[in-house]
Ligand binder design. Structure first.
Ligand code: SAH
Ligand code: SF4
Length: 372
C-alpha cells in the first residue's frame, strides 16, 4: 500500500529540488538554503519562526509542504539509557526511533555518546521468524522525508533536554539503520534520506557514522558498494550454515551464503572497512558450538567483526535466549581464533527494545480501544 500525503514533506527535499520549486515561484536561489537552515540548523518547528522570509512566502510554504511529517505520540525511557520515540505518520502508521546513550566515563548522561536507530519501512516483508517487525508483513515503505524526520525529531527531543544540544548541528553521534524494515528493500528512499542527512545544508552526518543493516539482499549490497558515500554495513547473519539460516530467514533461499559471503567481501574490499556480522543467539536454534565454528570461519574469511546479541523475547513467539554460560561458550570459540567479537548486553530490554515490539503493542492497544 502506497501513501501519498496531501503535501510533500519539507524533510524530503534536497537543496536542488527545493531551489527548483522556489525558482518556479520567482524566488532567488539562496532562499532554499535559508529555508533548510531554518529546518536543520535553527530547528524551526513552525513556518512563522522563519522570520527572514516574507509573509507571502511563508504562506506559500505552508500550503505547499508539510514541515514535519512525523509527530511524537509516545516517548518511553528505560531505566538504562535508552529512549524510544513512537512516531505517527500522516496515514496514522506508527514507526519507532530509538536513542541509545552510551555513557562516557566521568561525565553525566547528557554528555553521553548517542546512537540513533531508525526505521525504513512500516512493518517488514522479509518474514524472519523471530522478528516482531515482520509479524504482520510489510505495510509500506517510508518516504525519504519520513526517514529524515526521525532524526529531526531526535534533535527536537535533545534540544528540549539540554540547551547545549541546540548549538550542535546533529545532536547525536551515529546512526544505525536497524529499526523496523529492511533498508535495502527501500533503497532509493533510503539513499535520498541519507544524502540529506549527510549534506552540509542538512544535518552534516558523515557517511562513516552511518551503519546500514541488511538481512542480505545481495544485488542491493553490490549496488551499495558502488555508491559514492561510504556507509558502514552490518549483515544480519543469524545462521552460519544454509541449513540453519534458511529455517529462520526466508531470504536465505534466494540469497544463500554462497552468494551472500562474496557480496559482503566485495563490499568490504571496495571500502576497506570492517563489516559487522550480527548474530542473535536463540536457544536451541543457532547456538551450537558447530554454529560458532562455522561463524568463526566466515568472520575470518571476511575479516569481519561479530556482534553477538542474546535474543529478546517477543510476545507470542516461542524463542528465547540461551543461558549466560552457553552465550559465553559460543563467544569463546570466536575469541580463541582472535575474531573481533562483542557479546552485547542489549540496551532498552525493559522498553521492548527488540525491533518492532513497541509498535506492535501500541497497535494492539489501539485496535482494542477502537473496537466498539
Ligand atoms: N531488517 C534489517 C534491519 C533491522 S533489524 C536487518 O534485519 O538487518 C535489526 C536487528 O535486530 C537485526 O539484526 C535483527 O535480526 C535483530 N532482531 C530482530 N528481532 C530481534 C529480537 N527479538 N531480539 C534480538 N534481535 C532481534
Ligand atoms: Fe525484517 Fe530485519 Fe526483522 Fe528480518 S530481522 S523481519 S529483515 S526487520
Amino acid at each position: 500500500m502506497k501513501f501519498t500525503p496531501a503535501k510533500p514533506p519539507l524533510t524530503g527535499e534536497t537543496l536542488d529540488t527545493l531551489t527548483e520549486k522556489l525558482r518556479v515561484q520567482g524566488e532567488p536561489a539562496f532562499r532554499a538554503k535559508q529555508i533548510l537552515d531554518w529546518l536543520y540548523k535553527k530547528r524551526a518547528r513552525s513556518w512563522d519562526e522563519m522570520t527572514n522570509l516574507s509573509k507571502p512566502l511563508r504562506t506559500w510554504l505552508a500550503e505547499s509542504f508539510e514541515l514535519m511529517p512525523a509527530s511524537l505520540v509516545l516517548n518511553k525511557q528505560s531505566e538504562d539509557v535508552t529512549d524510544k520515540l513512537l512516531l505517527e505518520l500522516g496515514d496514522r502508521s506508527l514507526i519507532e526511533t530509538v536513542i541509545i546513550r552510551v555513557p562516557q566515563e566521568g561525565v553525566g548522561v547528557e554528555h553521553s555518546r548517542k546512537t540513533i536507530c531508525i526505521s525504513t519501512q512500516v512493518g517488514c516483508g522479509m518474514g524472519c521468524v523471530f522478528c516482531a517487525s515482520g509479524l504482520a508483513g510489510l505495510k509500506r515503505d517510508l518516504s525519504a522525508g519520513e526517514i529524515v524526520a526521525q532524526l529531526l525529531q531526535v534533535c527536537y527531543r535533545e534540544d528540549d533536554r539540554t540547551p547545549r544540544a541546540r548549538m550542535e548541528l546533529a545532536s547525536f553521534d551515529n546512526i544505525v539503520v536497524m529499526g523496523m524494515g529492511e533498508p535495502l528493500a527501500n533503497y532509493d528512499a533510503l539513499l535520498r534520506a541519507l544524502a540529506i542527512l549527510n549534506a552540509d545544508w542538512g544535518l552534516g552526518v558523515g557517511a562513516r557514522r552511518i551503519t546500514i543493516s541488511t538481512s542480505g539482499l545481495v544485488p542491493k549490497i553490490l549496488q551499495l558498494a558502488d555508491e559514492k558515500l561510504g556507509f558502514r554495513l552490518a549483515i544480519s547473519l543469524h545462521g552460519a550454515t544454509d541449513a540453519v539460516r534458511e529455517q529462520i530467514m526466508p531470504v536465505n533461499k534466494a540469497f544463500p551464503l554462497a552468494k551472500l559471503v562474496p557480496a559482503v567481501r566485495a563490499f568490504s574490499e571496495k571500502h576497506g572497512r570492517m563489516v559487522t556480522l550480527e548474530f542473535i543467539l536463540i536457544d536451541g536454534v543457532n547456538d551450537s558450538l558447530a554454529q560458532a565454528a562455522a561463524l568463526r570461519d566466515i568472520a575470518q574469511d571476511l575479516h569481519a567483526h561479530v556482534n553477538l546479541i542474546p535474543y529478546n523475547t517477543v510476545q507470542d513467539l516461542p524463542w528465547k535466549r540461551p543461558s549466560l554460560t552457553r552465550q559465553e561458550r559460543f563467544a569463546d570459540v570466536l575469541r580463541a581464533a582472535r575474531v573481533s567479537v562483542t557479546l552485547r548486553r542489549e540496551k532498552g530490554h525493559d522498553i521492548d527494545a527488540a525491533c518492532g515490539q513497541l509498535r506492535l503493542k501500541t497497535e494492539k492497544d489501539r485496535e482494542l480501544a477502537e473496537t466498539p
